[in-house]
Design a protein. Structure first.
Lengths: 125, 125
DNA sequence: AGGCTGTATCGATGTTTATTGATACAAGCA
DNA sequence: TGCTTGTATCAATAAACATCGATACAGCCT
């Protein structure tokens, strides 16, 4: 049930450290990989789903608990969960009748690293 | 030239600290605000533009240096820059003939905070 | 003023995406 | 076996988006 995950973002830069947005201009490939993940986060429903999963105490959430939290059809929720999974942000497992989702924290951590701004930036921001 | 920025993300949670994805389920409004910013990052061209701006030494980049780095028309680059600006990620100023963009690091920092995962998560991730 | 260059906006177009109802698949239970 | 429930997939549709050419705007220069 977790085949088609993105591999993405393993690629440390050859020329030193810190694969950060502000370190050096992203090359096309890396930008494309990152964009896929950010795009997955770029929807309010998916953000809420991810947050519900990530903040769950046991670490797992049943789809049956997620779906009724939205005024959306069951296929729509299923679709959004699939996108989050394809982005490598969550994974899932069927256990009997129900399917449980949990967070893969690694991807969020890597995104956090990418976004980190090293210095007061020199600029005026 | 910097009127229509997003205000977004100032909202600390009433119940304590750390407005993180994994702290508690996002409410609809906050999810919608965050989604706008992530959506702005969810495009490879915009990511590369942002990275080119953020990694620039002087802190500023002339549009005339950005546009030729892509095989895209000038209006398209202008459009992407506008989206990044509306997301509160960058700002710009016309200086004579040219327009210069720079990073607003605050938004990236806030996103980084939101993505931070507090613990080994309890779960299986 | 007129012409030139850099950048933004506008309108149109093709593609992607969110959403849904219908349906298929999986697992439990009678 | 057949029925019921939970979840995923499919096909269709409408909305959102990326892209472009044309054009408008802003500031130089002559």
């Amino acid at each position: 049930m977790s085949k088609q995950e993105l591999v993405v973002l393993g690629q440390e830069q050859a020329d030193g450290c810190c694969p950060t947005l502000a370190t050096a201009p992203l090359d096309e490939e890396r930008a494309a990989d990152l964009a896929k993940v950010f795009k997955a986060l770029g929807d309010p429903v998916r953000l809420r789903l991810l947050s519900m999963i990530a903040s769950r105490d046991g670490g797992e959430v049943c789809v049956c608990d997620l779906t009724p939290a939205f005024e959306l059809s069951q296929p729509t929720i299923s679709h959004h969960l699939k996108l989050l999974r394809q982005a490598g942000l969550i994974d899932c497992e069927r256990r009997g009748t129900w399917v449980y989702y949990w967070l893969l924290p690694g991807m969020l951590e890597r995104l956090g690293d990418v976004l980190r701004v090293p210095q007061p930036t020199g600029g005026r921001g």
